[in-house]
Design a protein around this ligand. Structure first.
Ligand code: G6P
Length: 366
């Protein structure tokens, strides 16, 4: 009811603004990195496994795609990520030393549960779920579990569940790195410090909402949008495009920026907004030349640029500056402005933000 909404217009907006709390709760009480965060048997399981298979749907699948970057770079373990509804209908090559990870807000998604059972039927018994509901089928079915503490999520479009999943998956990357001997105590301390600063960093990002509202007015009149990201921000671009589709019904697609020239550039005209995630990372210079490719075709760039990335507003280039560059945790911070952009664009279009047409919060049938 209205009382629960407090100052917010919709549950989605409330849930976006709960993210500093949700992420803070998810990491609260963690003094050091230890397999026991994932369950009693985790130490033995993590020692045994030498590869990871992630199974999920929707937004949870994009959390999995992001985790692949973290786990491969920090823990040096190969990761494959599969859409749960596809995995069980193809012939794959199972290996018993696989850590099978399901990611699910609800823990009841039929496709993800079926994919888990399929993996088990192929002899993969080492299973972990990252889940937001402790009493769910997924938690009962998996050997190991990490519970995100997003709290109840009501908006159909997932927001706080996603950022808490990312937080949990980052913790997992650190844990696997530690078990496999790829993390020094100094690195562990540094990562923990960054994690503890996340709630404050998220709050700082939320403060840019008024600037995003101004952009949303313009987006509301569009029928198409492109989202660009590179590296570990490519899955964040996918999630940004999904949010916009789900609630505003604007057709949106995401591409890794280097792939533009292999097709989507043909779509770019003055009426195509191109949302660009521009973290101040090793790929920034490459991204800037991708942005030039868009400008040269008259495309309108809407850039979320980190502090110090030296991207400034000019003809056709609209910039909102992110408060800080957040290193390896940057995907979590860059998610928030994309959620707000989708949210305010939907409000401007007058769609049913919390209950978009044709979609359900939890899909418990195939
Ligand atoms: C539905 C929801 C999405 C969600 C997906 C997976 O499609 O609308 O927001 O990402 O299911 O749900 P899960 O509960 O497994 O994360």
């Amino acid at each position: 009811g209205a009382a629960e909404l407090g100052p917010y217009r919709h549950y989605m907006q409330k849930e976006i603004f709960e993210q500093p709390r949700a992420v803070g709760d998810t990491i609260s009480g963690i003094e050091s990195i230890s397999p026991s965060l994932f369950g009693e048997q985790a130490a033995a399981v993590f020692k045994q496994i030498d590869r990871v298979l992630i199974l999920a749907c929707g937004t949870s699948y994009y959390a999995g795609l992001t985790a692949k970057y973290w786990i491969e770079s920090i823990a040096k373990i190969p990761v494959s990520v599969e859409i749960a509804s596809e995995y069980r209908y193809r012939d794959s090559v199972p290996h018993p030393d696989t850590l099978v990870i399901t990611i699910s807000q609800s823990g009841e998604t039929a496709d993800t549960l079926a994919a888990l059972k399929h993996a088990r039927s192929l002899g993969m018994e080492q299973t972990l779920t990252i889940c937001n509901v402790g009493t769910s089928a997924m938690v009962r079915e998996c050997k190991l579990a990490f519970l995100t503490r997003a709290g109840v999520e009501i908006g159909v479009a997932s927001t706080k569940a996603f950022t808490t999943q990312l937080t949990a998956l980052f913790l997992l990357a650190l844990t696997l790195a530690k078990v496999k001997g790829h993390m020094t105590p100094a690195q562990e301390a540094e990562h923990l410090k960054a994690l503890r600063h996340l709630p404050a960093a998220l709050s700082a990002v939320l403060a840019i909402e008024p600037q995003i509202i101004a952009w949303a007015e313009r987006f509301a009149t569009k029928e198409n949008a492109l989202f660009l990201g590179r590296g570990m921000h490519y899955p964040i671009a996918l999630e940004g495009a999904l949010k916009l589709k789900e609630i505003s019904y604007i057709h949106a697609e995401a591409y890794p920026a280097g792939e533009l020239k292999h097709g989507p550039l043909a779509l770019v005209t003055e009426s195509m907004p191109v949302v660009t995630i521009a973290p101040n990372d090793a790929l920034l210079e490459k991204l800037k030349s991708n942005m030039q490719e868009v400008r040269a075709r008259g495309g309108q760039l809407y850039v979320f640029a980190d502090a110090d990335s030296h991207i400034s507003s000019s003809e056709g280039v609209h910039v909102i500056r992110m408060p800080e560059f957040y290193g390896v945790l940057s995907p979590i911070l860059h998610t928030v402005p994309l959620q707000l952009l989708a949210y305010h664009t939907s409000c401007a279009r007058g769609t049913d933000v919390d209950k978009p047409r044709n979609l359900a919060k939890s899909v418990t049938v195939e």
